[in-house]
Design a protein around this ligand. Structure first.
Ligand SMILES: NC(=O)c1ccc[n+]([C@@H]2O[C@H](COP(=O)([O-])OP(=O)(O)OC[C@H]3O[C@@H](n4cnc5c(N)ncnc54)[C@H](O)[C@@H]3O)[C@@H](O)[C@H]2O)c1
Length: 378
């Protein structure tokens, strides 16, 4: 099947960005939301963003105009899916809502239309089973903002056909993005499985060692090769996103994550990070001020447990057949901006040391810390 027209369900933060990227790549887009006013706002944002790209010389004014003209904002669901070969669903991350949306969609769309969900944490196989076409259902996880982020995780469900996996990979590549396949539908897929538990672990490291958040962040940036500190990254992502992802991942598997109460506290207090002006750090009104991190501060933090946490999750993904070392490293570069491979950090510390530290933490705090057998083997 040749993919020419795509329906995008949901025109919010992610939906309008995906619509822009796909229209720029030449696809005809039906952008659907539940009210016209949401679509008007989305189209305004897309127009602004395309014009900005044109003014920076990234495309011509004609190309920007043509991309915008390829997007049709439509409220009526049946009209929105007519003639499309694929639907990318980008509605809020609420299981009940997603299932309701898919029930409607399943009735409205022809049987050969492929459904792709942009969910960050919900189980693909479970949502797929609520439709009449689990073989034509796939996870396609874009990162925020879709206009800039190169990585797209592709998550086949248990019944997804190989044709649909190929079609989705081809689509992602045609958008100028890089696809990393998470071969099993595991909680958090690849990036959230590495990132979200580490935010919690960083809070535990502060509790256990007395390190400040600036010291932890400096070690993460200068010793582990992150583009910024883990608390900075959490503030950038948003405590609402992290809190929700934590709850979903923990619901699916208690061993994936050891939630630290600080995240829920920040969320409950409305301290969502940069978007609210305060999270782990405070941000002044309109401009993004970088936190002062340094090599000196990095020296004051023992980051072994942070590296142990993320490498143990990477090992889990390999042991459980969801990914392999090179794909994980590629995803970490593209999705987390890592400048140093994860397993290089681990080898610098020593895999034996990491495994024995994890063993000691497991004896004290429980199974969450149990080292993956792969670490011992390596
Ligand atoms: N925001 C992020 O950083 C991010 C990153 C990656 C993935 N995601 C995932 O993308 C999805 C959407 O997140 P978001 O941040 O764009 O949410 P959002 O709240 O900004 O946008 C969701 C949009 O869906 C619309 N909507 C609700 N019901 C609908 C329906 N029946 N049909 C069509 N549209 C409907 C809403 O009106 C809203 O405009 C979620 O699954 C989320 O987990 C979000």
């Amino acid at each position: 099947m040749t993919l020419r027209r795509i329906t995008i369900l949901g025109s919010g933060v992610m939906g309008h960005g995906i619509a822009q990227v796909a229209a720029t790549a030449g696809y005809d887009i039906a952008l659907r939301d539940i009210e016209q006013k949401f679509l008007d706002k989305a189209m305004e944002k897309i127009e602004w963003s395309l014009q900005k790209m044109a003014s920076k010389g990234k495309m011509t004014r004609e190309e920007a105009g043509a991309a915008l003209a390829r997007i049709s904002p439509i409220v009526d669901l049946e009209e929105a899916v007519r003639g499309s070969q694929m639907v990318i669903e980008v509605v809020p991350e609420i299981m009940g809502l997603k299932k309701k949306v898919y029930a409607e969609l399943d009735r409205a769309a022809a049987p050969d239309v492929v459904f792709a969900s942009n969910t960050s944490t919900l189980p693909i196989t479970e949502i797929a089973k609520t439709t009449s076409r689990p073989d034509k259902f796939i996870g396609v996880h874009f990162f925020n903002p879709p206009q800039l982020m190169k990585l797209v995780e592709i998550i086949p469900g248990e019944s997804t056909s190989q044709d649909v996996v190929r079609m989705t990979k081809d689509l992602v590549e045609s958008l100028g993005k890089e696809a990393v396949t998470c071969r099993r539908d595991v909680p958090g897929f690849i990036i959230n499985r590495l990132f979200i538990p580490m935010v919690h672990e960083a809070c535990y490291v502060m509790d256990r060692t007395g390190a400040t958040k600036e010291e932890v962040d400096s070690a993460v940036k200068f010793r582990m090769g992150f583009p910024m500190g883990i608390f900075e990254l959490a503030d950038f992502t948003g405590m609402d996103v992290i809190h929700k992802a934590t709850a979903e991942m923990h619901l699916r598997d208690k061993k994936v994550i050891r939630p630290h109460p600080r995240i829920a506290e920040l969320f409950d207090a409305g301290n969502l990070g940069q978007k609210s002006g305060e999270g782990f750090y405070k941000y002044s009104d309109d401009k993004y001020e970088r936190v002062q991190l340094s090599e000196e501060l990095a020296d004051r933090c023992d980051y072994t447990h942070l590296a142990a946490n993320i490498v143990n999750n990477a090992a889990w993904l390999i042991t459980n057949g969801a990914s392999d070392e090179s794909e994980i490293e590629r995803a970490a570069v593209l999705g987390l901006g890592l400048k140093k491979p994860l397993f290089e950090t681990a080898r610098d510390i020593g895999l034996d040391k990491i495994a024995s530290e994890l063993g000691a933490l497991a004896s004290e705090y429980g199974e969450f810390y149990r080292p993956d057998p792969l670490l011992a083997e390596k």
